[in-house]
Design a protein around this ligand. Structure first.
Ligand SMILES: *[C@@H]1O[C@H](CO)[C@@H](O)[C@H](O)[C@H]1NC(C)=O
Ligand SMILES: *[C@@H]1O[C@H](CO)[C@@H](O)[C@H](O)[C@H]1NC(C)=O
Ligand SMILES: *[C@@H]1O[C@H](CO)[C@@H](O)[C@H](O)[C@H]1NC(C)=O
Length: 176
């Protein structure tokens, strides 16, 4: 039973992706998990709509906004602030509520303090399966980074949202 083909394949796959094998490659893989705390309204709003769609309230096409959400170590609003989620978004779909977003994750505390990561791509309010977006670059410890990110909703308290953001980042072992 222990030598069934599927088990062997599984063991081989696990070995291939084990830390030891990854460490010997040319790239380093880093998993970062942070929580994005967003406030929709009030004096401490972290997301603002700058211009509505010229097609009226039923359309998001052409809408423009800015965001400066708080990145925290945990989903609790009192957990440690580790950075900001800063950027711009614009309605970029004539038919549905889809946006183009360009975001900089600015780390100001913790393990990645002083580094940034850039996300860019299609933004839709994440549904059950989460929202995948590319990591297109970084600075500091994340120079030459590439990878992907997954955003899922943790909670939607009144006029706010908390998201879990997982980043799978590859950086070259060679320092530039
Ligand atoms: C806004 O933030 C300030 C500073 O953190 C805080 O003192 C104040 O209570 C907040 N206001 C609201 C309405 O949450
Ligand atoms: C938006 O769509 C709804 C339903 O189709 C309609 O009743 C409403 O008048 C529309 N509002 C605007 C501002 O176009
Ligand atoms: C983050 O790094 C900056 C610049 O090096 C430093 O001034 C600051 O104290 C650091 N913050 C934390 C919380 O480690």
């Amino acid at each position: 039973m222990a030598s069934s083909p599927s088990l062997l394949v599984l063991v081989a796959l696990l070995a291939l992706f084990s830390p030891a094998v990854l460490a010997s490659g040319r790239e380093k893989r880093t998993h970062v998990r942070v929580y994005v705390h967003e406030q929709f309204s009030g004096p401490n709003a972290t997301v603002v709509n700058v211009a509505p769609s010229p097609f009226g309230a039923n359309s998001t096409f052409g809408e423009v906004g800015a965001v400066d959400d708080v990145l925290r170590a945990g989903p609790d609003p009192s957990s440690e602030e580790v950075g900001r989620y800063q950027g711009l978004f614009a309605g970029a779909d004539v038919a549905d509520a889809n946006y183009f977003a360009a975001i900089t994750l600015v780390f100001t505390a913790g393990e990645h303090n002083g580094s940034t990561l850039s996300l860019q791509g299609k933004y839709t309010f994440p549904e059950d399966e989460g929202l995948e977006r590319p990591v297109v670059g970084g600075t500091g410890g994340f120079r030459m980074a590439r990878g992907f990110s997954l955003l899922t909703v943790v909670s939607t308290p009144p006029e706010a949202a908390v998201y879990q953001l997982d980043l799978f980042v590859f950086t070259p072992r060679r320092r530039y």
